[in-house]
Design a protein around this ligand. Structure first.
Ligand code: JAH
Length: 284
């Protein structure tokens, strides 16, 4: 996979040569191109921003350097069947999820465009859409000073799904939110995982749950699902409501796919954790 990043702070991407991603890049499983947007400025001051039409605080990124940068980077290694996907992090984008990570990991080429200030002139995305696929995504409901940290976050989420990048290929299959378990989704589809334990068996008078030492793999899987359901109920009621509504597709993003199934045991665990909320808890 090839990932190009356009930014006014190329130094920000030093971490891409560290750890799992760094090793994958050394092996050639991923290749990165980090491009300084100022390369596509033409004035002596290498200006990338200007004041907003209509007034207001802050500055807006000028369209010309972005247009030229996107033309140049998109045409690098261009060929039929390799049209890049342009991803633009912005607090106004659609929420980036594990599904996006999986879909992006299957792309041969991604381009990330990092905005700063109050964002990029609105015509840049519109014009880019006329030539390539463009997605505006948000990694969470907060405002950063620029898209760079979001690109590091998304790159990590994407690259750990590439074959051979994660040490243990199976650990992606049962991740929180995981869709790794085939047509029905992973065991954690739509859930966050419960706690994990390692040696020693007893630490500061606290024992590891006995079932995990039992060797009974069915019982262990059931226990893990129960803890995931309880933790999701506690920390992510939004995810539980979606599961109860049957709106979590098992795999892929297309409508009409089978919903993640909750069995009677799952429903009993959720009921004990307060779902569905009944009686006086429900506002009329
Ligand atoms: C801020 C350009 N969803 C996180 C996120 C992503 C991007 C930005 N902020 C928050 C951002 C300023 C300029 C992008």
């Amino acid at each position: 996979m090839r990932i190009d990043i356009i930014t006014i702070f190329p130094e920000y991407f030093g971490p891409l040569s560290v750890s799992l991603i760094g090793k994958a890049a050394e092996r050639g499983d991923i290749s990165f191109g980090v491009h300084d947007l100022r390369k596509w400025t033409h004035d002596v001051h290498r200006t990338v921003d200007d004041s907003p039409f209509g007034g207001g605080p802050g500055m807006v990124m000028k369209p010309e350097p972005w247009g030229d940068a996107l033309d140049a980077v998109a045409s690098m290694g261009a060929g039929p069947g390799a049209n890049p996907l342009l991803v633009i992090p912005t607090p106004t984008g659609v929420p980036f999820t594990q599904r996006h990570a999986a879909r992006y990991a299957a792309e041969p080429r991604l381009i990330f465009a990092c905005g700063r200030y109050e964002g990029i002139d609105g015509r840049v995305t519109d014009e880019a859409r006329s030539r390539m696929r463009v997605e505006e995504v948000s990694i969470g409901d907060y405002v950063l000073a620029g898209g760079e940290p979001a690109v590091l976050v998304m790159t990590e989420a994407i690259c750990r799904l590439l074959p051979g990048v994660l040490g243990n290929a199976e650990s992606a299959a049962d991740d929180s939110f995981g869709f790794g378990g085939g047509s029905s989704g992973g065991p954690m589809a739509g859930l966050v995982e419960g706690p994990a334990f390692t040696r020693p068996r007893v630490w500061r008078d606290r024992e590891v749950p006995a079932v995990l030492l039992s060797g009974d793999h069915r019982a262990i899987a059931r226990w893990r699902r129960d803890s995931a359901l309880r933790r999701t109920a506690q920390n992510r009621p939004d995810l539980v409501w979606r599961l109860l509504a049957g709106s979590v597709a098992a795999e892929g993003e297309d409508a009409g796919e089978e919903a993640v199934r909750l069995d009677d045991h799952d429903r009993a665990v959720l009921a004990e954790a307060g779902f569905p909320v009944t009686g006086e808890d429900v506002a009329n």
